[in-house]
Write a protein that binds this ligand. Structure first.
Ligand code: ASP
Length: 321
């Protein structure tokens, strides 16, 4: 299945095979990408994250314009953030209470709701790439802990020495969850993909897993509705199936992307004390970025709008289509 999908997506202009619901690619179709670099519970200084996000968005915008697949785009953007060491993901992931890094990540393909995820990884260089390997090279969705890590290595996930992860060397007991990363993209074939990656809460109990690798909580993508990536207090996002709830509101209650995202983040989650944010886009390439925390590292780009990044003041949505 996955091999077949990849072959089809690599051809930019095609007609969907009979019997599939896949959209036809169109060199003039709208596209969009939206990213986050973590929700903030208090005001913090930008440490280069905004510039990193802007560069990633500009790059993604160029490749989406040329027909890049949403799935490849979200993986590449999140992997870039993981490698940068600037975010609480991959190389820069927070250390847990045991003083070592445990990372979680997920990726979801809106064509058929295929998904892959990893949790509590200690030596995987790019958790988002490991998540994609789980999705495409195994019959499973979620692999966890030491045994999951050994398995993803057999699939080809690259490993890194403990010293590669910055916080392994400098555990910070006060570190807060700031800096989880996520990306959602819509490509010119009408496909939506989403990915999320995190080190979780700083000083979390070893073995604790948040929402980032949980399908329907920290990530969701469905071509016929939209896609989402979350950041914030993961336990709440799991309990309230935050990403899936936003998609369901659009599908079953005909809410707009912005209304659905606001209802989940500023209604349900805020009402129960769950701090954080959801970013998302719909099948028409509208983008929303909604938070109930002090701020949100965020940004987007579309075929009509150049890369735009912000933390506090600034856009919460793209220009309506
Ligand atoms: N949601 C992540 C978690 O709970 C943390 C974050 O997004 O800041 O693990």
């Amino acid at each position: 299945m996955s091999v077949r999908k990849n072959i089809i997506v690599s051809v930019f202009v095609f007609v969907a095979p009979p019997g599939t619901a896949w959209a036809q690619c169109d060199a003039n179709a709208h596209f969009a990408i939206v990213v986050h670099g973590g929700a903030l519970s208090k005001l913090v200084e930008d440490n280069g994250r905004l510039a990193s996000m802007k560069a990633a968005l500009e790059n993604a915008r160029k490749s989406l314009a040329k027909g890049a697949a949403a799935l490849d785009t979200v993986e590449a953007v999140v992997a870039r953030f993981e490698d940068s060491g600037l975010f609480n993901a991959g190389r820069g992931a927070n250390a847990n209470a045991g003083g070592f890094v445990e990372t979680d990540a997920s990726i979801m393909d809106g064509r058929d709701l295929d998904a892959g995820a990893v949790a509590s990884m200690t030596g995987v260089k790019n958790p988002v790439k490991a998540a994609r390997l789980v999705m495409e090279k195994s019959p499973h969705v979620l692999m966890v802990g030491d045994r999951g890590e050994a398995f993803v290595a057999t699939l080809g996930a690259e490993t890194a020495e403990p010293g590669y992860f910055i916080k392994n060397a400098q555990p910070d007991a006060q570190a807060k969850p700031h800096g989880t990363v996520g990306a959602v993209a819509l490509d010119r074939c009408g496909h939506i993909a989403a990915a999320t990656s995190t080190g979780g809460y700083g000083a979390k109990i070893p073995g604790r897993v948040g929402d980032s690798p949980i399908v329907g909580a920290g990530v969701f993508a469905d071509d016929s509705v939209g896609g989402f990536s979350a950041t914030g207090h993961g336990e709440f996002f799991i309990r309230f199936s935050a990403a899936r709830d936003a998609a369901d509101r659009m599908r079953y209650a005909a809410q707009s992307l912005e209304d659905a995202t606001k209802a989940v983040v500023q209604g349900t989650l805020a009402g129960h004390g769950g701090e954080g944010a959801l970013i998302g886009l719909d099948a028409k390439a509208n983008v929303a970025m909604i938070w109930n925390s002090a701020g949100l590292f965020r940004g987007y780009a579309t075929d009509a709008e150049a890369a735009n990044v912000a933390v506090y003041e600034g856009p919460t949505a793209s220009k309506p289509r």
